[in-house]
Structure formats: structure tokens, C-alpha cells
Design a protein around this ligand. Structure first.
Ligand SMILES: [Zn+2]
Length: 282
């Protein structure tokens, strides 16, 4: 078994030569496989400079992108989920929450903040897919509801950025109640004659699509986002038919009248600000 042993002596590679480039310097687009500098990718609002693929980003990146100078005040920062059903799957729900908090640095799948966008005050709730698949539980619903309350109290517009796999199974019925709660709150916003824009990002599915994400004065989406209620496999099995090509993409849904328009993330701030200015004039 001599080939397992290094027969030649003195072959040593110093650590600094083992890697050609430091970690995190380059970003490879999962869509077109082209490589770009991470700084360039970030400056391009985390979209590919070659094919415009919109990478999934979280609340921190959206807040930095939308609020002037990235300055904002977060609401209900420390709200954390309870365990009303004493739910246990492969592990107990509180343990799952604890490990996810440690891993993601987030407290739940939604953050709400207010600040200025092109000089105008706005309240934004933004979901994070990194926290149990952006699932909507009691904390997500409550944070959105309180965000809307804040918008009503301060007479400012409300923006929702959705990114969700649907309801949080570990909270079962409590998750589903959030659909009614957030929708009822949005009705109060409407009564106060304040604008609501819903931005759907990749992916927006399940109970989120079936409630607040589709209730905007304008429902807009990022290019290429997966948007739907049930997944394609379930629909296919239910109706027993093949689904059309591109089914459940933002582009398909726009064509079929479920969206107002698709907005490139690089233009997002300008578009949203002018839209809000338009709605304020009504
Ligand atoms: Zn690309």
C-alpha cells in the first residue's frame, strides 16, 4: 500500500498558497454560472450583472437598499415565538426556534422598521426566508399587524415585502389566524386612506399569497419570483393535467392579471417612491 504513503520528503504547501483567493471575494451566479466580484454584485442590488438573476436577500439588505442612508428604526425587535401547541416534530418547537435564532441571527421570519425613503416616512415589514422558510406564525402576523398600526398612527404608507413558504406548521391554526388578522388590519389602513404596496419576492407562496401579499393597492413582484398558493406538484396531482410552461413565475402571473407590474430590484426604491407620491395625491 505504498501509494498511500508519501515517499518523497519535503513536499509542504504553505497555508497562504493553498487558496488562490480569499473566501467571499467572488460570487457565482446560480443561473448563468458567471462569476463576479461580490462587491460588484452587492452594488448591483444583489442581482447578476450578466443575466439579471435576482438573488434571494433578507430584511437587512432590503432595509439598507430602501431606507435613505440605510437608516431605520426597528419595531418589536425582540418579539419571539411561544409554543402554544407544545409542538414536537424531529425536535421540540422551542428548541427549533432557539437553534434558528442562533444560526440566522434573526428573532423570527419578519422584521418591521420605519424610516425615510427619498425623504418621505414609510413603514416596511420584510420577511426573512432564512428563518424556518419564511413561515408565517404568530410573531410574523403580530409584527405585520403592529407595523400597520404604526403606519396608521403616523399617517404614513405601508410596504410589505413577502418571501415565504407559507404557514408555520408548528403553530397550525394559530398561523392561519394571522391571515385574517393582517387582512383586517389592512382594511383599517384602507379606511384611513393610507397607501399599501405589496412586493412579492422569490418565493411567495401559501397563506402569505392568500392574504396580505395580494391585498396591495399595488401588487408588484421582482423578476423571476415564484409566486403561488400550492406547489406545482400538488396542483398537477389534483387537476390531473400538465401545467403550462413558466407557471407560477412572476412573469406568468403578470400576464394573467394577478400582478400590477414587475420591478427590477435596482429600480425598486425609485419606483416605490414615485408610486407612493402618486398615491398620496389622491
Ligand atoms: Zn447570472
Amino acid at each position: 500500500m505504498s501509494w498511500f504513503r508519501r515517499t518523497e520528503k519535503g513536499i509542504n504547501t504553505p497555508t497562504e498558497l493553498k487558496r488562490e483567493t480569499p473566501d467571499g471575494l467572488w460570487y457565482q451566479c446560480p443561473e448563468c454560472k458567471n462569476v463576479m466580484h461580490t462587491r460588484e454584485h452587492k452594488q448591483n442590488a444583489f442581482t447578476c450583472v450578466h443575466c439579471n438573476y435576482h438573488d434571494k436577500i433578507g430584511s437587512e439588505a432590503y432595509f439598507n437598499l430602501l431606507f435613505d442612508e440605510g437608516a431605520f428604526t426597528e419595531l418589536d425587535k425582540d418579539m419571539i415565538s411561544g409554543d402554544p401547541l407544545k409542538f414536537v416534530d424531529t425536535k421540540a418547537y422551542p428548541d427549533r426556534i432557539k437553534t434558528t435564532v442562533e444560526k440566522s441571527g434573526l428573532k423570527d421570519a419578519c422584521r418591521t422598521a420605519y424610516g425615510k425613503m427619498h425623504g418621505k416616512e414609510v413603514t416596511i415589514s420584510c420577511m426573512d426566508f432564512g428563518f424556518i422558510g419564511g413561515s408565517m406564525g404568530s410573531v410574523v402576523g403580530e409584527k405585520i399587524a403592529r407595523g400597520i398600526s404604526h403606519a396608521i398612527k403616523t399617517k404614513t404608507p405601508f410596504l410589505m415585502i413577502s418571501k415565504s413558504g407559507g404557514a408555520r406548521m408548528m403553530e397550525a391554526g394559530f398561523s392561519l389566524m394571522q391571515m385574517a388578522k393582517t387582512s383586517a388590519k389592512l382594511a383599517l389602513l384602507e379606511e384611513a386612506k393610507l397607501p399599501y404596496i405589496s412586493l412579492l419576492t422569490d418565493p411567495t407562496t401559501g397563506g402569505v399569497t392568500a392574504s396580505f401579499a395580494m391585498l396591495g393597492d399595488f401588487n408588484v413582484a421582482e423578476p423571476g419570483s415564484l409566486i403561488g398558493f400550492a406547489g406545482p406538484r400538488i396542483i398537477k396531482e389534483t387537476i390531473g393535467k400538465d401545467l403550462p410552461k413558466g407557471f407560477q413565475t412572476a412573469e406568468f402571473i403578470l400576464e394573467h392579471g394577478f400582478l400590477d407590474f414587475i420591478v427590477d430590484r435596482k429600480d425598486l426604491k425609485d419606483k416605490l417612491a414615485s408610486l407612493l407620491a402618486l398615491l398620496a395625491k389622491k
